[in-house]
Design a protein around this ligand. Structure first.
Ligand code: CAA
Length: 264
């Protein structure tokens, strides 16, 4: 896989990978180039030929995770170009959700607009105590374009999301945790990255197939009624019974030993 990118950095260490948005001077703002490089990378990662068991998404530097879509680039966009830009960004959020392994957003500062939207497309969010979230698009005469009108409402409830979107206000870490947007906060970037690696390690001891299917069923169910979602759950619950990992996991329990999962 080519890892020769200009605006993103992809590093694989053993079973895990770190994907960094790498435009520190612009506070990692998402321009078209970032999105095109992300699309190239995420499309390959979706097939997971390297057997990655977990990934961290973060931003370069200490100030920002992602300070939003690139406002400088958007200034001159036509309506058609803006539509294409939003569609490209949305494709990447969908690709992130479809990766067959867990992705933790490690938010190291500002996660505004498109930054908050990218973080919400990950499986869950860890953040530093100084992190700031928000959807400030209305302050720029815009609306969110990479999923903020949809995912924030599903995460924190529609009325809370409306209040956040209409005011465009900043959300500090305690509130972000209270509303369930952030799962855990840390006093330093180093502590956050270590904790994310520990969480990925803990997850990797489980069946990778079962983790991937849990992710798939939960994300699919997000767009369905409860009874439709339960049907999807039953379908995959049935299918997983013909997997090696299910036989191994249940047998290991009965034999009182640690399971050796293969992810198939
Ligand atoms: N796009 C382009 N450049 C950005 C940027 C963005 N979203 N955010 C910051 N930058 C640039 C600044 O222009 C500045 O560049 P120069 O040094 O060349 O002037 C550099 O990053 C550092 O930023 P600041 O000097 O502004 O840093 P600060 O500490 O004073 O403020 C901030 C930090 C509060 C995050 C401020 O930069 C800011 O408000 N940024 C914009 C946040 C925003 O509105 N995001 C939403 C964008 S719209 C969107 O995302 C739409 C969508 O859903 C698709």
């Amino acid at each position: 896989m080519s890892t020769n990118f200009e605006t993103i950095k992809f590093e694989k260490n053993g079973d895990f990978a770190v994907l960094t948005i790498n435009r520190e001077k612009s506070l990692n703002a998402l321009n078209s180039q970032v999105h095109m490089e992300l699309k190239d990378l995420l499309s390959v990662l979706k097939e997971n030929v390297d057997g990655i068991k977990g990934m961290i998404l973060t931003g370069a530097g200490e100030k920002a995770f992602i300070a939003g879509a690139d406002i400088v680039e958007m200034t001159d966009m036509t309506s058609d170009e803006a539509y294409d830009f939003a569609t490209l960004g949305q494709e990447n959020t969908l690709l992130m959700e479809e990766l067959p392994f867990p992705v933790i957003a490690c938010v190291n500062g500002f996660a505004l607009g498109g930054g908050c939207e990218m973080a919400m497309s990950c499986d869950f969010i860890y953040a530093t105590e100084t992190a700031v979230f928000g959807q400030p698009e209305v302050k720029l005469g815009l609306i969110p374009g990479f999923g903020g009108t949809q995912r924030l409402a599903k995460l924190v409830g529609r009325n809370k999301a409306k209040e956040i979107l209409y005011t465009g206000r900043n959300i500090k870490i305690d509130e972000a945790k209270d509303m369930g947007l952030v799962v855990k906060s840390f006093s330093s970037i180093e502590d956050m990255m270590n904790a994310a690696n520990e969480t990925l390690t803990k997850i990797s001891h489980n069946s990778p197939l079962a983790v991937a299917l849990s992710k798939h069923v939960m994300n699919t169910g997000n767009d369905l009624t409860v009874s439709e979602g339960l049907e999807v759950e039953a379908k995959y619950f049935g299918e997983i019974f013909s997997s090696y990992d299910m036989k191994e996991g249940t047998k290991a329990f009965v034999e009182k030993r640690r399971a050796e999962f293969k992810g198939k």
